[in-house]
Ligand binder design. Sequence first.
Ligand SMILES: [Zn+2]
Length: 201
Amino acid sequence: MEKLPHALRAVVDQFSRLPGLGPKSALRIALILLQQPEDRTRNLGNAILRLRESLTLCSQCGSISETDPCVICSDARRSEDRLCLVADWDALLTIDEAGFYQGKYLVLGGLLSPLNGVQSGQLATNLLKKRLDSGLIREVILALGTTRDSEATESYISNLIREQYPEVRITRLAQGIPIGAQLKHMDRETLKQSLNYRQEL
Ligand SMILES: [Zn+2]
């Protein structure tokens, strides 16, 4: 990579810092970009810039949004008393696009993972407490998947709620979800069933 022209190396350096991309695939993408018509590469560059400029995190649910609060949090037709807790934004999209859940959400920002060094301080527990402090939430639905990390997170969160907000009902999606599954990969029908038959914790 030392012999690459400076401008090309700069792009390869940036791409290879992304998860899942090594220097070789980074170089391949950079070369593809170079072969594109100039306006297409320019549009891509501008779209990446706008991504940072126009998106923010919703201060109520932690999801990625163009407005704060986001469209879901500011939607008055959604019930305020149910809060669906998801690990990441993709999971929120999966549930919401399925179209059967009409409550609010909170994005935890990950799952506890001792192996990957993710600890409770890195999760959006302060945001969760803020929502529960409002006194509006009567049920928290844990939709965290069925991996080992999701189970560890589930028990951490349910203990926290039980200790500090004993009046709040805690449920989890029913176990129709295959073990080891990440929620964002579920199909609509399975998700709907697992919400309908959710279990008390
Ligand atoms: Zn929001």
